[in-house]
Structures are given as structure tokens and as C-alpha cells.
Design a protein around this ligand. Structure first.
Ligand SMILES: Cc1cc2nc3c(=O)[nH]c(=O)nc-3n(C[C@H](O)[C@H](O)[C@H](O)COP(=O)(O)OP(=O)(O)OC[C@H]3O[C@@H](n4cnc5c(N)ncnc54)[C@H](O)[C@@H]3O)c2cc1C
Length: 287
């Protein structure tokens, strides 16, 4: 590890001033800062993390906004680098201490930074003013090749789905639906309804759907007459893709899931109970 340089990492979806705010935080710790922007592939931790590791080697500290990328990719990269990982830094009082909230923000704790260990941290960017972008030495943009990254991982036997962009009914299979038994039921229900099966990113990462089934910001925007969200939490990245659905129905065990805020029909239930009931009801319904 060469001493005293930081790498601030953002994605093409980060706020425009994120790198400049991270630079302010970085310069409290070290005198020199470079920037890395991750474009394609930023939402696939398995391929983004090794790429990040390749670029992060040699930096004393790597900083990233506290968002999905920071949570999923930076934490993986920290494990791969054998580095220390700190989440949600809100202040850097000295070059060897940082502050982050604990217990859902009820207290702020000051951490002494370990010496001679690379440090990766996510930062609450709003807590730092934007530096003059000129303080950033070198900016590199990377696009991680996506080709085949996910489709190779599709579990054997997963049925093809109709095109989610054209279907009148789309079933969105979220992480809560991503088990072999639940997905089999999802596909039977889709067939009965003439629906296409869309998916959230975790469902695709688990190999239960292919990338062309991704609904949301990095996938497709759909506009069906009915979107049936099964085990989908309703992350903003996903909701972006279902804005134009005429009717949204959602089943989720968590009554406070954000998907319920946008759904027209909601059912708080376990899919292991709800899916068999739905299949039974459809079996009795006229075709
Ligand atoms: C740059 C970027 C781009 C992204 N683009 C996209 C995108 O285009 N599309 C996308 O979907 N995501 C995208 N993501 C990821 C996104 O932020 C969320 O992580 C993802 O949408 C969450 O998927 P989920 O709802 O399936 O999983 P989770 O958030 O884990 O939610 C699973 C839900 O299932 C429920 N559940 C669990 N078990 C059961 C059960 N037995 N019965 C009923 N309910 C159950 C839980 O209560 C929970 O609400 C992106 C992320 C990044 C960083």
C-alpha cells in the first residue's frame, strides 16, 4: 500500500456533486485524491467488486456514497482486499478518527482508524461540503462488461418468459419469491394468466430469471394493465420501472414494505400460503 492517497468511487447514477463531497471527506484523511466512476455493471456486485478491487489497490482509503452500490459492492471489495470497512461516516474530526451513527442514529460513535490497514468506507455525502473538483487528481471511468455475466448463472430449468415490455399482465418476482418452489408456482400462475414474469435484481442474481426480465432503472420500464409484485420490497430502482402500470397489486410479509405505498391492492401474507391459494382460486375461475 503506497501511503496517503484516497480513491473516491461513484456510479453514473450518483448525484453530480457526490465525488466532490467525498473528496472533502477524503482530504481530511490523506493529502491526495483520485476518482473512479463506475458505469455499466455498477448494479451487479459480483462483477463490479473485483473490478473495483483492481482499481483500488494501492490506495490507503476508498470512499463511496452510502447507497446500494456502497452497501453491496464496497463491502464485497473490502472482504476481497482484506481491508477494514466502515459504514455511513458522517464526520472526520482528525486524520485518524471518523464518526458514524450507531443504533439507528440514536448515538454517534467515534472510531479510531486502524494503522497500516487499507480502509473502505461509505460516507453520508450530505454531511460534507463539495470540494472544488480541481482537487481531484485523476478521474477514471470504468464500464464492467455485462455480457453473459448473469445469464451464465441462470439456474437450469428456469422457463422462458414472454416479453415483459409487451405483456398485459406482468408478475414481478422479488427476492421473497426467489426459491425453487415459489418460482415454479409463479410460472404456473403466469401461464394461467397469460402473464410475463419480470424480476428484481436479487431474483436475477439468484439465477431465477435472466437479465432481460429485470424491471426497473437498470432494466425495462413496463406498462401492463396489471403488475403483480410478489415478494418485492419496492426499492426506488425497481419502482422506476413500474410507474406506468395501470394497476399494481402486491403480496409481501412485511406490512411496511414500500411497495405497499404505491400498490392499489395489497396482501400481507407469506407467499408459501398466498401462492397456493391464488393457484386454487385461479383453477376455479372461468377461463
Ligand atoms: C445502480 C443500481 C441500479 C439498480 N437497478 C435495479 C433495477 O433496475 N431493478 C431492480 O429491481 N433493482 C435494481 N437495483 C437493486 C434495488 O436497489 C433493490 O436492491 C432491489 O430492487 C430489491 O429487490 P427485492 O425487492 O426483490 O429484494 P428485497 O429488497 O430484499 O425485498 C424482498 C421482499 O420480499 C419480502 N419477502 C420475503 N420473504 C417473503 C415471503 N415468504 N412471502 C412474501 N414476501 C416475502 C420481504 O418482506 C421484502 O420486502 C439497483 C441497484 C443499484 C445500486
Amino acid at each position: 500500500m503506497t501511503a496517503s492517497a484516497a480513491l473516491v468511487v461513484t456510479t453514473t447514477r450518483s448525484p453530480a456533486d457526490a465525488a466532490a463531497r467525498l473528496a472533502t471527506a477524503a482530504l481530511r484523511l490523506v493529502p491526495r485524491v483520485d476518482a473512479l466512476i463506475v458505469g455499466d455493471g455498477a448494479d451487479i456486485p459480483e462483477i463490479a467488486a473485483p473490478e473495483l478491487v483492481r482499481h483500488a489497490r494501492g490506495y490507503t482509503v476508498v470512499l463511496c456514497p452510502i447507497d446500494e452500490f456502497g452497501r453491496d459492492v464496497l463491502s464485497r471489495a473490502a472482504a476481497m482486499l482484506d481491508a477494514a470497512f466502515l459504514r455511513g461516516v458522517i464526520a472526520i474530526p482528525t486524520p485518524t478518527t471518523v464518526v458514524r451513527p450507531l443504533h439507528f442514529g440514536s448515538i454517534n460513535a467515534t472510531f479510531e482508524l486502524p494503522a497500516n490497514v487499507p480502509l473502505l468506507m461509505t460516507v453520508q455525502t450530505r454531511a460534507f461540503a463539495a470540494a472544488d473538483p480541481a482537487v481531484i487528481g485523476r478521474t477514471t471511468r470504468i464500464d464492467v462488461p455485462l455480457a453473459g455475466a448473469r445469464s451464465r448463472r441462470l439456474r437450469p430449468g428456469q422457463p422462458q418468459s414472454a416479453d415483459i415490455g409487451a405483456a398485459r399482465i406482468v408478475i414481478g418476482a422479488g427476492r421473497g419469491a426467489a426459491t425453487p418452489r415459489r418460482m415454479e408456482a409463479v410460472h404456473r400462475i403466469a401461464e394461467r394468466l397469460g402473464a410475463a414474469v419480470g424480476a428484481t435484481r436479487p431474483t436475477i442474481d439468484e439465477g431465477f430469471a435472466s437479465p432481460d426480465q429485470l424491471v426497473g432503472q437498470s432494466g425495462k420500464a413496463v406498462a401492463p394493465a396489471l403488475y403483480l409484485a410478489l415478494g418485492v420490497s419496492g426499492a426506488l430502482h425497481h419502482l422506476t420501472g413500474i410507474r406506468d402500470a395501470a394497476v399494481i397489486a402486491a403480496i409481501n410479509t412485511d406490512a411496511s414494505a414500500p411497495i405497499f405505498d404505491v400498490a392499489d391492492y395489497v396482501l400481507v401474507a407469506d407467499l408459501d400460503v398466498a401462492l397456493p391459494e391464488l393457484e386454487a382460486a385461479l383453477a376455479e375461475a372461468p377461463r
